[in-house]
Design a protein around this ligand. Sequence first.
Ligand code: ADP
Ligand code: MG
Length: 673
Amino acid sequence: MSEDRFPRAQIEQRLRATEERFRIAQAAGGIGWFEWDLVTDAWEYSTHVAILFGFNPATPRPLFADWQPAIFIDDVPKLRSAVEVAGERGAYYVEFRVTHPDGSVHWIAGRGEITKNATGQARRVAGVYYEISERKALEAQFLALNEGLEARVADRARQLAATAAQLEETERRFHLLIDAVTEYAIFMLDTAGNVVSWNPGAERIKGYSSAEILGQHFSRFYTEDDRRKGLPRTALATAERTGKYEAEGWRCRKDGTTFMANVVINAIRHASGRLLGFAKITRDITEKKAAEEQLRQAQKMEAVGQLTGGVAHDFNNLLTVIMGNLENLDRILPPAPSTQRIIAAALRAASRAAMLTHRLLAFSRRQPLTPEVLSANKLVAGISELLRRTLGESILVETVLAGGLWPTLADGNQLENALINLAINARDAMPEGGKLTIETANTHLDEAYARMHDEVQPGQYVGIFVTDTGIGMTPETVAHAFEPFFTTKEIGQGTGLGLSQVYGFIKQSGGHVKIYSEVGLGTTVKLYLPRYRGTEQAVDEKLETHQLPRGRSELVLVVEDDPDVRDYTVEMVGDLGYSVLSAPDGASALRLLDSHREVSLLFTDVGLPGGMNGRQLAEQALRRQPQLKVLYTTGYARNAIVNQGRLDPAVEVVFKPFTYSDLATKIRHVLEG
Ligand code: ADP
Ligand code: MG
């Protein structure tokens, strides 16, 4: 049937045509076919295969092995293993390179199929080869491009990482810097005024930990009064408008205490000008202010001294003339009781005036002095007898004389005078009786003290401290007490010249004088005279002195809210040979304890501000450091304190005003007990 429809010639023609078309297709596609009989090793292929391998198609070679030298030596194993692997799979694909006789290199892809016999043995491989050089070139280009890109990306990533590391380093340094600053509170606010960063300086000055304060509004650092006046808002508004706000004023700590602050607020803006927040720097200048105040006081005293001195000097000359003439009159006039009485009265008045001018001269540091090397111990011992007799029975006079006291250079008569003046003031302050203590001690006024007190040279001084248990003075009175004619006593009772004379004399002698006083408790006036370093010996005749028990550099933490009393206490404790830390309240005391585990003794006032009294402070402190020793101080009488349950009867207390010897003995006792 098929014979009929497809005659042989027609079939053959059609076959040829198909073959021709197949050949054209192969040639056009650059495809060559092959067949390899693995049993006979017969190797058949189309012309194009020869072209692909670089052989002359006219001189074909029979064996596959003959083709091999054309194949890149590196690619031969690949080709083999492809065929071997295909042995299991039936088909393979492989890419390899051949070198043409003209030296050119071509990429060829081989795709083949393997025919197996019934036992599964490979018998025949048939397949095609075609050139893929162009694709390979493109691929290589692409790879190169890709690699370049990758390299660039890697490069950029490295750069970014380096920048990030740099940034991190800068930030780390920045934090190191900010964290190292404890002198200044440095922190940032967001645009609304909420705290967003907090440094240790801020923690120290304001008392808040960063955990407590972050996110809180900064107006809490202002006093209630300033808040009511809208100061925080004005400050931010000013900083935003002008870029910077600067002020000095009272600010609050966490515990409610205040400090004099110097505040600078800077607006922080993005490069675009948008407000990002504020940087705030606060400095505690309470001490600086106090030092300035001291300086003002000293300058005032200096000015008053100049004035008084000038007047007194002229007045003294006039008095000399008046008195001389009165005496002349007395001589010249015929003796008559009435005239003699008049002249005597005038002379008495004139000599009182002379005494007054002398005291004024003393204040203005213009009195003639005759300094000698002297022992303060001997002088105090000598005068204490006189005081015991004259002050009366209701006043107990006690002297505590330091052993090994340095000699000093001063006018002995004037020093006696000064002590008598102080004793008289003490008596006036103790109308109901009390105790007067005069102590001597070798002391050292250090740089810090000198900075706070104008005209004080740091160095070694002989201290003479006069303490009474009288009515005490208000800070206002203390501020004016040294001024001539300042008195709080009734007319006829006080001249207001006692302390001014003491002041002038001590200053003229190169020394220093300071009052510590608490209303209702008593007063200590401390005189410091410079240590005499010459070879001349002060005569310290068989004087009975006793050595105060001294510290061995143990660390004492003094907690006292009154700044004057605190300074005074710190100074005393330091003088006694201890190392000293101080705090104004319980919270800051606990912080100090945390950072100074070596504190041996907590010496605290019973009444403290800020919601933690001395007893509660001691409890908390002992919980942290069970071996810590505690000594209390208070202005109240022991009974009042113990009975009200404010203190345990067993605790150690030293009562205000305490003297050097009180303190020396008590501290040693507590430390060793
Ligand atoms: P006067 O004793 O003549 O008043 P002073 O110069 O001696 O003058 O003292 C000035 C003022 O200082 C006194 O009026 C008093 O208010 C105060 N004062 C001095 N010493 C003491 C003291 N020991 N206790 C309390 N107040 C004192
Ligand atoms: Mg007086």
